[in-house]
Design a protein. Structure first.
Length: 145
């Protein structure tokens, strides 16, 4: 499926020409959260509880900047996107980490989804400085289950 067709499944695109210039449609960082209290998962779902999270602090590098940066130490985070991904029941989208993030020691799992709220983000080594609206993931294709 051509990349322009991916826009049919993604709302809230920050800058479409930039986000569609590569091999798919890029998703951008809106928020980073830390898990502060564990969630619960059981066999039947009757005791399912969400994890508690808090926004990870961000700051402008210079007071004249329009956007803020997150300074992420090595560890696990939850990444939220500016974009909303929603596909009909007969379509699933493949989402993977952008190469630029991988090259800096951070990644999230590759997912096949119909809806996507956020993803777990793993940061290794010396950490990562991540700018608000940075392109972090790419919708690389459509699958028909």
């Amino acid at each position: 499926m051509p990349r322009t067709d991916l826009t049919a499944f993604v709302d809230g695109i920050v800058h479409e020409p930039t986000q569609t210039e590569g091999r798919g449609l890029d998703l951008t960082a809106a928020a980073v959260h830390e898990v502060t209290e564990p969630g619960r998962v059981d066999f039947g779902g009757g005791e399912l509880e969400p994890a508690e999270t808090e926004p990870h602090p961000s700051a402008k590098r210079n007071e004249d900047d329009d956007y803020e940066w997150w300074t992420l130490d090595a560890g696990q985070y939850l990444l939220e996107y500016n974009e909303t991904v929603a596909a009909p029941d007969d379509v699933a989208l493949r989402v993977q980490t952008r190469d630029e993030l991988l090259a800096r020691g951070a990644f999230h799992p590759t997912l096949t989804v119909r809806n996507l709220d956020g993803v777990p983000l793993s940061v290794g080594g010396a950490g990562l400085k991540l700018k608000e609206n940075a392109r972090v993931s790419t919708v690389v294709g459509v699958e028909r289950p």
